[in-house]
Design a protein around this ligand. Structure first.
Ligand code: ADP
Ligand code: MG
Length: 224
């Protein structure tokens, strides 16, 4: 019964997001349609070409972000959180190398397990990594990403800390609203989805940030 209930909640979350995604896709779609009509009327395709392409790219990003989560099976297994972190760190290392990011990590060992859908948890971490990399791009400091874990109140707690550009209060207060983004080609799906996935696992998701200093995302997963 417990797992049926969870399954139902997860399907509800996915269909809620699907409705939002459909809504979000209509904007670029109508821009594209309008610009093609304009190009036709004025016989000037060059003028609208760039906008049409960038709107198509934006649609693609929205779809990618959404599919990366909704496609995954939502079965859960009892797994060692340390094993998950070890395999994650291998993927993250190459991503960091590619972007000139110095990655430091320190994982607390535990024999206890978490009850998770591993690919969803990986998706969360990769989303956070992507956000940090994008925040580094707007900051002049050396790019440092720190991943630390600890055990607190029978939760496996993960801190993801970057020294990217951080967020001022007015942005931080809007964080978590679906489709809230400050990026020209952002989707605003990342953070709400991460939060939803972690909460569906019975965990906590929290973001602390200081403008021009950096951001720390903390997530906790219940241990068995
Ligand atoms: P997107 O990345 O598509 O903009 P997200 O939901 O992932 O959407 O993030 C929403 C917004 O939160 C971003 O546009 C950015 O302004 C802010 N943000 C998220 N993570 C970070 C971070 N690590 N550092 C600074 N700002 C961040
Ligand atoms: Mg993002």
């Amino acid at each position: 019964f417990q797992s049926l209930l969870t399954f139902h909640h997860q399907m509800e979350a996915v269909s809620h997001i699907a409705a939002g995604v459909a809504h979000e896709l209509r904007n670029p779609l109508s821009v594209i349609k309008g610009f093609i009509q304009l190009a036709d009327l004025t016989n000037d395709y060059n003028k609208y070409y760039e906008t049409i392409l960038s709107e198509l790219d934006r649609m693609n990003l929205i779809i990618e972000d959404f599919l990366s989560v909704s496609r995954k099976k939502i079965e859960r297994k009892y797994q060692s959180p340390v094993d998950i972190m070890q395999s994650l760190v291998e993927i993250m290392k190459s991503e960091c190398l590619l972007h000139g990011v110095r990655l430091q990590y320190d994982f607390t060992d535990t024999s206890k397990k978490v009850h998770v859908n591993e690919s969803m948890i990986k998706q969360v971490m990769l989303n956070l990594l992507r956000n940090s990399i994008e925040a580094f791009e707007k900051s002049d400091s050396e790019k440092n990403l720190q991943i630390e874990t600890k055990i607190e109140d029978n939760m496996f707690v993960i801190h993801v800390k970057d020294n990217g550009q951080g967020m001022p209060e007015e942005i931080l207060s809007k964080l978590g609203r679906p489709f809230f983004t400050t990026k020209p080609s952002g989707t605003g799906i990342g953070i709400p989805l991460c939060k939803k996935i972690i909460e569906d696992h019975g965990g906590d998701f929290k973001v602390d940030s200081t403008y021009n200093i950096g951001t720390t995302v903390t997530l906790g997963l219940p241990l068995e």
